[in-house]
Design a protein around this ligand. Sequence first.
Ligand code: FAD
Length: 489
Amino acid sequence: MHRMERDTSHLQDPAIVWFRNDLRIQDNEALVSGAQHGSVIPVYIRQTDGLARAQGAARDWWLHHSLASLSLSLDRLGTPLILLSGDPADLIPELVRTTGASAVYWNRRYDPAFQAADSALKAELQAQDLIAESFAGQLLHEPTRLRTDSGTFYKVYSPFWRALEPDVENRQPLDAPESLTLYANLSGLPGEPLDSWGLLPTRPDWSGGLAEAWTPGETGAHERLSDFIEDRMQGYDDRRDIPGVDATSGLSPHLATGEITPAQIFEALKSTENDAAPADRTKFRKEVGWREFAWHLLVNNPALPEKNHNPRFDDFPWLDNSKSLDAWQKGLTGYPVVDAGMRQLWQTGWMHNRVRMIVASFLTKHLLIDWRKGEDWFWDTLVDADPASNAASWQWVAGSGADAAPYFRIFNPVLQGEKFDAEGDYVRRFIPELAQMPKKFIHKPWAAPEQVLAAAGVRLGDTYPHPIVDHKLARDRALAAYQQIKEAA
Ligand code: FAD
């Protein structure tokens, strides 16, 4: 990697390495720069400046374990991670003053909420003749630089990926530093114990399902990547749409926390070039590309999580129905594939992509509930909650987004279930009360004869709900609502 010649006169001064959503020691240019500078003070700040959207409890659980894992890795390299709470605009300059640090390094985060504050802090530090440098890593492209021939940002995925793909392998991931030099006056520095942040649920501790499903932290991320490449990537192109099989990588929460970088994923994929089927590899690369595209859309349209990309939807007649919203959130809509998805989300903090599309379509079309309410629930409950992918995907399904699915394409939850969960394995796993239903009726229990229901131990309206809306009526109502905004336009 090309590196600028550095002024080495500062070598005795420490460098602050400010960790944010890059909780890893490998492929971390800020950390490598700190290690080359001199002694290193690694710091993570729990921001209380009101800039960040409060994250949900599942993400908090993840963050706790991810920080514990990072802390351990840094200890092994020779220096502890310092945890602070407050406003980085005050805390970083304060830490510079106390330690005499001559450099502050961080990896860029692209959330629009932080852009102005990060730039202002950088300018302030540089104005004091300090080194303040930020690096890429979270993404494979710089969203403000990649442009169409007419100079605008990309709003359609395929040309975006065509423009980006030739460059994605140019970046060689960096190794972790072999060791870090400990800052001598460490004992004089402030710091908070991780447990004092109360990120883990206690009364009650509902995190058992999360702990069973996930191993947060950099080591867990790399194990997941290599398991995926060795055992599950074969057949990804066909099987990635089947929620009942474990056929996708499960890397999304690790990417959201920056425990692994897309560059590391692409590098690892190179080793599969001789044995993995090209279609599987190509498809997987493209999916990682969707994450890049979502960030491209968010950075270039910071209102994406709040405002319809297509303003025609501003007049959409959404319904304010808290009873339906509640049934959807709890997985009690009476449509098994929808309910299985919502319960998978609640139990494990994650939901299969195909089912995310089905439940999002159901909320916005069958229930006519504003996509922002769904985005919010996902934000609260997903371990991979990501401001870009979440907002872009919700708008995509709702029809209001850039390059969106047309609104009139309304998923039939029964047919979707029968197509992608043909044996009903997924539904049975997450809806135990339907476990004994035969395959023929697993996606439409209301159509089963009484004796079939009785044999399966299902009492509709008692052990499992009747459908909260009729598919045909809901579809007609959604199409009429769409027609209304079309005509108004
Ligand atoms: P894999 O199939 O193994 O894909 C590899 C990686 O590619 C993923 O980890 C992810 O980073 C990226 N990716 C795959 N599909 C998409 C996609 N459609 N859009 C963007 N990136 C993608 N993903 C999030 O990371 N955070 C979210 O908050 C989020 N919210 C979503 C909301 C809705 C309504 C929908 C329909 C999708 C959402 N997604 C979100 C995208 C997608 O569902 C998840 O990224 C995927 O299910 C993660 O599982 P995986 O890591 O096994 O994916």
